[in-house]
Structures are given as structure tokens and as C-alpha cells.
Write a protein that binds this ligand. Structure first.
Ligand SMILES: [Zn+2]
Length: 276
């Protein structure tokens, strides 16, 4: 597959009415790299979709200071597109770099690709079914990860991730390639790692689904923390399975992506102005 799909967007601003992108105050921008950067003209461009996903995650409380990454597999190549060190709501399509599985930068963005992206390469190389990887340092998931309690269905939306979340503990003794291989092994065929005192990792087939699963997991980790504090208990399993099946059948993630995308049209005009 593929790059992101399902871009069903409310009427965008005509390209003729958009202004060219500008370097933002405080950005370190190399003019020679800008000259070589790839022009993005469409909302369906995977670089634009990555920037949109980052901003949606930011708006929903999944900012990760300047850490965290959103990446997409480049179809037919041993390569992926990935974001730089920056706040999630700063991301523009031009900031996204194309990086090989060997971590060589194949097409630089106007900002350098983030460090610490080795595990993205390991996951794409080992999991042909994975086309999107998202890593966050979001607050609720990070706090929940300190308790030693597993992520569970304390709020019905969490049913989307029933049996899909695996605990993970960082090991500073591992070299990056070993860490990536271990993450692949721990994930198995599942969707997310809850990373102790750190954050989360999400993998899956499309950008829209993976981004919404990250968003839902952060939301539900907050509910879980609040519920545990007052003695709440997880939802009974059969009911949780029923919710999960209904959410998947009714396209909950896809509709949630579209709803958040419509919000972006109102909240992030600079993103849409970046189209040339
Ligand atoms: Zn991290």
C-alpha cells in the first residue's frame, strides 16, 4: 500500500488564494536545503498528511515537546518519511525528510530529520503490514506507564485497543538497532507499546487510523487514571469486545480523522497556506 488514503476534506482554500510558505521566526533554516526541498501542492501528498497528523495530535493533547515522531512508509522503497525535532503544531510539509532503512537521508526536509528514529526503520523492515509509525511523549500515557498497571478499558473508546497495548521498558544498554528489533518482537502483531516513564509507540496500516488510535489511547489513559483514583474498575470484557467491533465496523477512526481534519481547516490556516 500506500501512502495515506481517505482524504475526504471539506472544501479547501483554492491554491491561487494561498500564500507561499515562509520560514518561521526562530527556525534554523538552510537556504541551500530549502532550494532542494520538494514542493508540496496537494493535501493528499504524504508530507502534507504527516504535518496534518502532527497538528491534530497536538490539538488533542499529544504534544511531545520537540521529541516524538510521525513517519510513513514510502511505497515500493526501503524508505520512510519522517518529521524533525520540533513542536507538533509547527510541522509543515517541507520539514519532512525521506530516510532510508539504513538511516541515510535520501531527500532532506528544510529541517533535519529527528534523531532517535532507528526503531521506525526496524519496524518498517520487519513488518510489511505497517505503513505508519507514531511515537509520542503524551502526558496521560506517560503517567499511566509509571504505575505498572496495564492499559485497559476504563472508557468505552479504549475498546479499540483491547489486547493491542504491550508494556515496554527502555534499556539504555541497548544499541539503537537492538532496541528496534526488540520493539518488533514485543509488538508481535499488535498496535501499541506503552513505554515506561516515556510515552507510547503506535503502528498500523494507515496514517489516519494510527493517528486516531494514538489520540484515543491518550484520551483513555486519562480516563483510566481518573477512574483508578476513585476506585473505578475496567469494563467487562464481553461488552468491551462488542464496543470494539462496533467502532471498527462503523469507521470510528476514519470519521474521527475527518472531524479533526475539518477542525484543522479552521485552526491551522498556515498549514493550508503552505501548499504551492
Ligand atoms: Zn521518545
Amino acid at each position: 500500500m500506500t501512502a495515506p488514503r481517505g482524504v475526504m476534506v471539506a472544501t479547501p482554500t483554492p491554491a491561487s488564494a494561498r500564500t507561499p510558505p515562509k520560514a518561521r521566526a526562530g527556525e534554523t533554516v538552510c537556504p541551500s536545503i530549502i532550494a532542494a526541498s520538494r514542493t508540496v501542492t496537494s493535501e493528499s501528498d504524504p508530507r502534507f498528511q504527516i504535518a496534518a497528523a502532527r497538528r491534530i495530535l497536538h490539538r488533542e493533547g499529544l504534544d511531545s515537546q520537540v521529541g516524538g515522531h510521525v513517519s510513513l512508509r514510502v511505497p515500493g522503497e526501503d524508505a520512510f518519511l519522517v518529521t524533525p525535532f520540533q513542536y507538533f503544531d509547527e510541522t509543515l510539509p517541507e520539514h519532512v525528510s525521506k530516510v532510508g532503512f539504513d538511516l541515510r537521508v535520501l531527500e532532506p526536509g528544510t529541517l533535519p530529520a529527528s534523531p532517535g528514529i532507528n526503531f521506525h526503520a526496524s519496524i518498517y523492515a520487519a513488518r510489511p503490514d505497517v505503513h505508519c509509525v507514531i511515537h509520542t511523549h503524551a502526558k496521560n500515557m506517560s503517567v499511566l506507564s509509571t504505575t505498572g498497571v496495564a492499559f485497559d478499558v476504563y472508557y468505552d473508546y479504549a475498546a479499540l485497543l483491547l489486547d493491542e497495548v504491550v508494556p515496554w521498558t527502555d534499556d539504555p544498554n541497548l544499541v539503537p538497532s537492538e532496541e528496534g528489533d526488540l520493539m518488533v518482537a514485543e509488538l508481535g502483531g499488535r498496535k501499541a507499546l506503552l513505554m515506561g516513564h516515556h510515552g507510547s509507540l503506535h503502528v498500523g496500516d494507515t496514517l489516519e487510523r494510527v493517528a486516531m488510535e494514538a489520540l484515543v489511547m491518550e484520551l483513555c489513559a486519562g480516563y483510566q487514571l481518573a477512574a483508578m483514583a476513585v476506585g473505578g474498575k475496567p469494563l467487562e470484557r464481553t461488552t468491551a469486545e462488542s464496543y470494539r467491533d462496533a467502532y471498527i465496523k462503523n469507521g470510528f477512526r476514519e470519521q474521527m480523522w475527518l472531524a479533526n481534519y475539518r477542525r484543522l481547516l479552521r485552526s491551522d490556516p498556515d498549514l493550508f497556506a503552505a501548499l504551492r
